[in-house]
Design a protein around this ligand. Structure first.
Ligand SMILES: [Mg+2]
Length: 338
């Protein structure tokens, strides 16, 4: 029988939670009391977001390795900080789990989460554990941003160019392979499986965009381009045209310049690039006069211009000079089916 104290000890053994000299000025009191204390400092803002990661909904207990579950639970929450141009610092973890997951599974989960915390230089400052039939994690992340306009979804204007980082649809391809091949697919070192299990939040690009004041709007792509673009456009009160041939598809090749792949394969790749979720890339918009300041790569990550915002509030896909409406077909939690 595992106790709450045992579970907390297992977590804090593997996830950095000690408040050192670097953190003491921000967090005079960390994990272990009734609440943590986060101290406000002038000249900068705390940027806060929360995200849940639930067995059977966001991951499958029989398929996904606990290490990757722990890593990804934190990484996907951190992606929201990247989208705001903030630097991650602290997080709180609320974890519910069944008794049978409170041993080795929990150790591996904590290992994965600890690796992510070290990678993003974050400290665990609190949380809660409870027992449940399935694993459910809720993570609150706290980042810091200098007091200047952070990146929001609201600032896009008609005529602004739309950019995305990385490749789109890779994570969905990885999930499809994992579902089809089962756990033996984990031994393959496929790029798409890596993208599905270990997405890398685009923190450096996010803070560069915020610092330089290049982007008019930004968000991360968690639920698929077609769905997330509709959200950005609604917040900015604009429409958009996306050019199919420009999309950086999951294979790493642009659809338009690929050597004539079979038609079915090409269609599937386009659908994944438009509707595939969990890429955790950034999408941002840039006024035309600043477009020359956007590099083609940033720290090795490609940045691709895929379309423009329009004053007409419709979201369109252009293929070979013809446009048609682009329906939001990404991940929607409360939809009956996809
Ligand atoms: Mg987001």
């Amino acid at each position: 029988m595992r106790t709450e104290a045992d579970i907390i000890a297992r977590l804090t053994q593997k996830i950095p939670s000690r408040i050192g000299a670097r953190e003491a000025a921000d967090v005079p009191l960390g994990i272990g009391d009734d609440a943590a204390v986060v101290r406000a400092r002038s000249g900068r803002d705390w940027v806060v977001s929360t995200d849940s990661f639930i067995e059977g909904r966001h991951f499958l207990g029989r398929l996904h390795p606990p290490n990757a579950v722990g890593y990804k639970a934190l990484a996907r929450a951190v992606s929201d900080l990247a989208a705001m141009g903030a630097t991650p610092r602290y997080f709180l973890l609320t974890l519910a789990l069944p008794q049978r997951r409170a041993g080795n599974w929990l150790d591996d989960f904590a290992c994965g989460m600890g690796g992510a915390a070290r990678m993003f230089r974050m400290r665990l400052i609190g949380g809660d554990v409870s027992r449940n039939q399935h694993v459910a994690a809720a993570i609150t992340v706290i980042g810091v941003a200098p007091r200047q306009p952070v990146l929001t979804r609201r600032g896009g204007r008609p005529g602004d160019c739309i950019y995305v980082t990385g490749h789109l649809g890779a994570a969905e391809t990885g999930l499809e392979i994992l579902r089809r091949e089962g756990r033996r697919a984990l031994r393959s070192n496929l790029y798409s499986i890596q993208r599905h299990l270990h997405p890398v939040p685009r923190l450096a690009i996010g803070s560069w965009l915020a610092e330089k004041g290049v982007a008019s709007a930004a968000m991360d792509l968690s639920d698929g381009l077609s769905t997330d673009l509709a959200r950005l456009c609604a917040a900015s009160r604009v429409g958009a045209v996306i050019h199919a041939a420009a999309l950086p598809a999951g294979s790493g090749e642009r659809l338009g310049i690929r050597r004539s792949p079979p038609r079915g394969e090409r269609e599937a790749e386009l659908r994944r690039a438009l509707d595939g979720g969990e890429d955790y890339e950034l999408m941002f918009t840039v006024p035309l006069r600043k477009a020359s300041r956007v590099p083609t790569h940033f720290h090795g990550v490609p940045i691709t211009r895929i379309g423009e915002l329009t004053s007409r509030r419709a979201i369109l896909l252009e293929t070979n000079g013809r446009t048609r409406p682009l329906p939001a077909r990404g991940w929607e939690h409360f939809a009956r089916s996809r």
